[in-house]
Design a protein around this ligand. Sequence first.
Ligand code: NAD
Length: 347
Amino acid sequence: TPAGVTVHETLPCRVLVGLGARHGIPEEVERLGTRRVLLVATPSAGGAADELAAALGTRLAARFGDPVVHTPVEVTREAMAVVEQAGADSVVAIGGGSAIGLAKAVSARAGLPQVAVPTTYAGSEVTPTLGETENGVKTTRRDRALAPGTVVYDAELTRTMPAGLTLTSALNALAHAVEALWARDRTAASDGLASESVEGVLATLPEVLEDPAATAPRERLQSAAWLAGLCLAQTTMGLHHQLAHALGGTFDLPHAELHALMLPHVMAFNLPSAPHAARRLTRIAGRDPVAAVADLAHSHAGPTRLSELGVPRDGLRGIAERVVAKPYPNPREADVDALTGLLHEAW
Ligand code: NAD
């Protein structure tokens, strides 16, 4: 690519969005021309999975109900044994990023088309990336073929998320949009997606937390998370994702909680060096965006400090060293001392 030129890649994806969209899944499976579906679903999506299993009838080849966070390869091997035994020719995943990650891992190995039905705001359903763990080491790869060809957004499936998960998962989405605004490879398209996403999350999340079972705010929040997922797919994430990756991998921390509590700290650190993002975020928030996000992060009982997640204080410098050792794009240069300081703030 010539200097000064940015590549913006849009992946082909058929999206069904709206209340009751899940009832269209059997027809989507038929459209793909497949006859033997592997249904991957977390226990939290058990009701929707049972309903879909009944609707699929003889097209259902097998079910797999034990996806695990960070896609451990042992679990993928178990799922692959089910694929082979049942002769599955497509995979439908209902659940959060863990269920969708497992479907991507299976699809990559067996070449199966995927239908992703997200029940959180993680965004994995629209990205061509997959993080897998083997012997405690997480490696991430990117390949267009990993992105599900069909995505079904039915906000009814998100109404069961408890307030804590709703908050952390929505802030996880917000982190994708915020990092897209200061990304080195941002474009007019990613700026548009990110701005609309930030606006949607900031405006709707308090409403959803007030009444987690109300459908209209849930629909708007899910759409904001969809756009955030597209930001994650189209731009290169910076410091926030590097820190989350290093902390999560080293101390085995919960994905969404970690993103939620780190985001205001990384924003406070980066925004002085990212005037474009700072201007947009201030305009959207109508005030200091760091305070707006910090207020949201504290708006429900839950861990707000790294210490509460069990991260040892004497482990912080090691995390800073790990992050500095692997170069990544970020609007602000950060050495080990600066990052250790940021981590102490979050601790
Ligand atoms: P998750 O899928 O692990 O779900 C967290 C918990 O919430 C689980 O216990 C699940 O059963 C429950 N849950 C999910 N939906 C629910 C609902 N509607 N109601 C009640 N409970 C529900 O968490 P996540 O944050 O969605 O995903 C995290 C995983 O996804 C990590 O492995 C992360 O690395 C991966 N991820 C990947 C990408 C990517 O682009 N590759 C993007 C984001 C996240």
